[in-house]
Design a protein around this ligand. Structure first.
Ligand SMILES: Cc1ncc(COP(=O)(O)O)c(C=O)c1O
Length: 400
């Protein structure tokens, strides 16, 4: 099979997945690699969740489930939406998917005609762009520079909307910058959307439990109920409960859209794994104290690691309000030369330099659509972050 479908032209593997593989290869080759590039947390999946999965498998939860999720898990997701987001969804308004990745992809695949546009505030989680392309839509990246806190400005949104616009993606907390939209900011964006009744919104709240300093994390459909029937609110257990590999996500939205997502799911994956769904059920219905406990651990790591990086020559690190990533301005190292004489031209060059010289893996801002930055995860043990900070500092000091 040498001939690939035209729709695959220009579509790559997600940059984080590529780096994850590379870091594992280098480690297998004996290098002492520190991987700050991953969207994985170092926390374990809670023991009671693992036990629930084990029990479920032993008790026969090994068969196909409903394509859109088990009724028990769907009810738990509805209860989560109500408790956490003030969103009251019926059973036909939620779906469980193989990670929120699948729910988001299905939304584009279900609704985009060739040439339809999706406005994507950047920097962003890279797969949004390729998912839209795979669905034969056209992603319209909209720059959200640091001087606006990496957030979408309503005026920029208004200017970007055209006759082909079908969707806006609104991720909060934002991967990679950690920006969190406040209630007023969402209300201002909603004002623009109310002028355009045909535009839907994917509100991606996967990181909603990773917020710091007592901040609230409102979501769009909650802030502006008049948008309820055109917002698809997506999320999952991956980050909140450190269940990245279990592959369970969900979405809430209008029933006809949810039914369309389910149709695609029935023809592609058949739905999420039965055992993983039992695990997700235990996560959502079990003790929730760990969310705040883990967020406070992350906040402490954020502060320490941001301080360490701000002490590096040429780097400037804003302190994020949410997520578990630092998005570090590296303009100060661009144009410098490595001890070997190579010029650092781009953030990709800088990321490659860090990997080659001090075995630290970070993701270049270019991979999220905004340069010159690097993204580094602080969902790593304190000692590892301290070591990474020292290595990066050494690498920066060696540049001329
Ligand atoms: C912003 C954002 N949305 C969605 C996803 C997909 O997550 P999952 O499919 O594990 O739910 C990720 C993963 O890192 C992400 O960063």
């Amino acid at each position: 099979m040498e001939t690939l479908a035209p729709r695959l032209a220009g579509i790559g593997t997600s940059p984080a997945a590529v780096l994850r593989r590379r870091a594992r290869e280098l480690r297998a080759a004996g290098r002492d690699v520190i991987e700050l590039s991953s969207g994985d947390l170092d926390f374990p999946t809670p023991p009671h969740v693992i036990e629930a999965a084990h029990r479920a498998a032993q008790e026969g939860a090994t068969r196909y489930t409903n394509v859109d999720g088990t009724p028990e898990l769907k009810d738990a997701v509805r209860e989560k939406f109500l408790r956490r987001n003030g969103l009251d969804y019926g059973r036909d308004e939620v779906i469980v998917s193989t990670g929120s990745t699948q729910a988001i992809f299905n939304a584009f695949f279900a609704t985009l005609a060739p040439g339809d546009e999706v406005i994507v505030p950047v920097p962003c989680w890279a797969p949004y762009l390729d998912q839209v392309r795979l669905a034969e839509g056209v992603p319209v990246p909209l720059a959200c520079p640091q001087n606006n806190g990496f957030k979408l400005r309503p005026a920029d949104l208004r200017a970007a909307i055209g006759s082909r616009t079908r969707w806006l993606i609104l991720n909060s907390p934002v991967n990679p910058t950690g920006a969190v939209y406040g209630r007023d900011e969402l209300a201002a964006i909603a004002e623009v959307l109310l002028e355009h009744p045909d535009i839907g919104v994917v509100a991606d709240s996967l990181y909603e439990d990773m917020v710091f300093d007592g901040r609230a994390v409102p979501t769009l459909a909650e802030v502006e109920p008049r948008l309820r029937d055109r917002v698809l609110t997506t999320g999952g257990v991956a980050k909140s409960y450190a269940m990245m590999g279990w592959r369970v996500g969900y979405a809430g939205g209008p029933a006809p859209l949810i039914a369309a997502l389910s149709r695609i799911q029935s023809q592609t994956t058949g739905g999420a794994s039965s055992v993983s769904q039992a695990a997700a059920l235990a996560a959502l219905t079990g003790p929730q104290e760990l969310l705040a406990e883990r967020a406070s651990i992350l906040a402490r790591r954020r502060d320490a690691f941001a301080a360490a990086l701000n002490a590096c020559e040429g780097l400037a690190c804003p302190v994020p309000e949410g997520s578990f990533y630092l998005f570090i301005d590296c303009a100060g190292v661009i144009g410098k030369r490595t001890p070997q004489g190579a010029r650092i031209e781009t953030d990709r060059d800088f990321a490659a330099y860090l990997l080659d010289t001090v075995d630290v893996v970070v993701v270049a801002g270019q991979d999220f659509g905004l340069s010159p930055y690097i993204r580094a995860s602080f969902a790593n043990p304190d000692a590892l972050l301290e070591e990474a900070g020292q290595r990066i500092r050494r690498a920066c000091a060696a540049l001329r």
